[in-house]
Design a protein around this ligand. Structure first.
Ligand code: SAH
Length: 362
């Protein structure tokens, strides 16, 4: 598939394609810029390419363009949730968060997810398929094009496990952060994983400057296994060894994500266990008060429990942030917009049936 997915091709591959089509190699740079810098959604806009080439590309190399089927905007902070329609009728969710320091977009890496974390809505209907690099890129491209606002930060923290879609993820990173495209700094890109240990070792070899976030959520194997099935495959010992290795290889500090669930992982016992686990790692911990989902009865920790957790970690020299809730009026946990949408039976049977009708449900 990749071979024909022109928006997932690197500049080098495009040059080879132009040669193959009997065209001039410099056309590749023009085409690349139209797709990845100017964020065009059709070949017709690429006015400096000869018409014959455009027609041929249109026929043989259709452009991946996601269509926004639904947009919700928060009245509180301008956060927007997008439901994007893919060519095959599947839908994915992306979020635009507007911060003082710039716009951040959270993208999905798969349609659904097979990791099965107990508190996560994205996994409830299982996994359908991986997203291609172009489908990951286009979530960012369409949001930037639709809002006319520059996206400066990207987090791969939406639906899906990015390291379970490893080759596409790497290609996505190179196109997003490389020259000739949006050229977003690798330091402004965060990839979040539930901890696929062998893939973490592979990623370390790439020596990228991205931030790797590890979804830890529990300080012991026993507790982690209650929350995350992946913990049955890799122990905390193996996971922590992979984190240390990642830091040694890349010099990039890992962010540990810890979603706090009332009475489950937010007590004194867990904070002390967490300190023993990561206390010597110059770690950064991002605390996320769990976002309850209808299908499970996990409860959000109290403000006091969250603060207490933070203070205790900080006393041991651990750097802690509490994830600010964005767009709480349009919320529902990650993946819930998509879930509500598909459970209504609003699947897209053919392109354009519902897509393109931008509804801003406030
Ligand atoms: N599969 C990847 C990325 C997607 S989830 C991963 O596991 O990291 C992004 C983050 O949101 C993860 O830390 C995940 O555990 C967390 N998360 C998912 N559902 C949540 C919820 N309902 N409340 C709080 N955090 C949640």
């Amino acid at each position: 598939m990749e071979q024909y997915d022109i928006k997932s091709m690197t500049l080098e591959e495009l040059k080879a394609l132009m040669r193959e089509l009997g065209d001039k190699p410099f056309r590749a740079a023009q085409l690349y810029s139209w797709m990845h810098e100017r964020l065009c959604s059709s070949y017709d806009e690429m006015t400096n390419l000869p018409k014959s080439l455009r027609e041929r590309l249109k026929r043989e190399y259709p452009l991946t363009v996601l269509e926004a089927a639904q947009v919700q905007t928060s009245r509180l902070d301008g956060t927007q949730k997008y439901l994007f329609c893919l060519e095959d009728g599947n839908v994915v969710e992306s979020v635009l968060m507007r911060y003082k320091h710039g716009n951040s977009v959270c993208i999905s890496s798969q349609v659904g997810c097979k990791m099965g974390c107990r508190f996560c809505a994205s996994t409830l209907d299982g996994w359908t398929r991986n997203l291609s690099p172009s489908e990951m890129l286009d979530q960012i491209y369409r949001i930037q094009a639709l809002t006319g606002e520059r996206v400066s930060n990207v987090v791969v923290m939406g639906t899906g496990e990015p390291l379970d879609n490893y080759d596409s993820l790497l290609r996505f990173i190179h196109i997003l952060t490389g020259e000739g495209g949006l050229h977003i700094s690798q330091r402004n890109l965060t990839v979040s994983t539930c901890g696929l240990v062998p893939k973490m070792y592979e990623l370390a070899k790439e020596k990228l400057q991205i931030t790797l976030a590890l979804s830890l959520h529990a300080p012991t194997d026993k507790k982690r296994r209650e929350l995350m099935p992946i913990a049955n495959r890799y122990s905390l010992d193996e996971l922590m060894a992979a984190c240390r290795h990642y830091f040694q290889e890349t010099g990039r500090r890992i962010t540990f994500e810890y979603s706090l669930v009332a009475g489950v992982n937010d007590r004194e016992e867990e904070v002390q266990e967490l300190i023993s686990l990561i206390g010597d790692m110059h770690a950064h911990v991002n605390l996320i008060p769990v976002n309850p989902i209808r299908e499970r009865d996990f409860k959000k920790s109290t403000r006091q429990a969250v603060e207490n957790f933070k203070i205790k970690l900080e006393k041991c020299g651990i750097n802690v942030t509490i994830r600010r809730e964005m767009g709480s009026d349009i919320d529902g946990a990650c993946g819930q917009l998509r879930k509500r949408f598909i459970s209504k039976g609003d699947r897209f049977h053919s392109k354009g049936q519902i897509c393109g009708k931008l509804t801003d449900k406030e």
